[in-house]
Design a protein around this ligand. Structure first.
Ligand code: FPP
Length: 261
């Protein structure tokens, strides 16, 4: 990934945010933002590059968006990098994505740690080769006590599979059916302390959930950007958050009486 050249002179996302968000209270910043990073392939095709180069540029953007999110005060950022269905892509592309993940863990962990980011993973690591699996686990261990932002990588992740695994654990543990609550399931998800997603962003003009965060997204607000993931910048993140901050979240209840609606 390239260095953060020019980062000193560019307006920071936080100052851009204060312009766009105006008088927004910090409580209007979503605590947990999750992103379906879509469009790397189309971005590459538009430039006559191969798909892997699109994923490389998409990975460069992960760094930019993670730093911007932390600066904006987002506490949890979850990025969907590889779904359980992505294994059906051509072997060359799958191998390329695995290589990029390995390189990114190698080259980015120290900087993430220095900036106080805590790395987590949701999904199944078992399918990865042992050395890649171990580097992911080492990065998680190294950063476990950091608290600037929690960056959760959804890699080999599927929302339905996550719920199936939780149910399997419940059955294995022999819980009494009458004792099973929503908390029983939440406690057995891949990362039980990951809060519900407040805002889910999908790039590239697609309007689907595609099996992402099915449990944690029950009451999420959605923001769909026409931009392809490598082009989705800090200013786009600010715009998504500004849009979110103007929404009224009712969680199935009625509008607050003071809202005038
Ligand atoms: C979606 O674009 C992107 C992916 C399925 C893979 C994203 C992977 C990375 C950004 C690399 C992973 C690296 C790390 C560090 C986690 P697409 O390929 O579906 O694009 P398209 O819809 O335009 O074809």
């Amino acid at each position: 990934m390239p260095d953060d050249e020019g980062a000193q002179t560019a307006p920071s996302p936080a100052s851009a945010a204060s312009r766009v968000l105006g008088s927004t209270e910090s409580s209007d910043i979503p605590r947990h933002v999750a992103i379906i990073m879509d469009g790397n392939g189309r971005w590459a095709a538009q430039r006559g590059l191969d798909r892997i180069q699109g994923h490389e540029h998409g990975t460069d953007n992960i760094r930019i968006i993670t730093h911007a999110a932390a600066e904006l005060g987002v506490q949890y950022l979850t990025l969907w990098a590889f779904s359980t269905e992505n294994w059906s892509r051509p072997a060359e592309e799958v191998q390329g994505i695995l290589r990029i993940l390995a390189q990114a863990i190698d080259s980015e962990t120290e900087e993430l740690h220095r900036r106080g980011a805590r790395l987590r993973h949701i999904g199944e690591l078992d399918a990865l080769d042992p050395s890649l699996r171990q580097s992911v686990l080492d990065a998680i261990e190294l950063t476990r006590d950091n608290n600037a932002i929690t960056l959760t990588l959804a890699f080999n992740y599927g929302g339905r599979r996550e719920i199936v695994h939780a149910v399997q654990s419940i059955v294995r543990e022999g819980l009494n059916p009458d004792d099973i609550t929503e908390d029983s399931i939440r406690d057995r998800l891949y990362s039980p302390d990951l809060p519900d997603a407040d805002l889910i962003i999908r790039t590239s003009g697609e309007y689907r959930m595609s099996n992402f965060l099915l449990w944690q997204g029950a009451y999420s607000e959605f923001f769909f950007s026409p931009k392809l993931w490598p082009d989705f910048g800090a200013d786009d993140l600010v715009e998504a958050i500004a849009d979110y901050s103007r929404r009224e979240r009712r969680f199935g209840a009625l509008a607050a009486p003071t809202s005038g609606r």
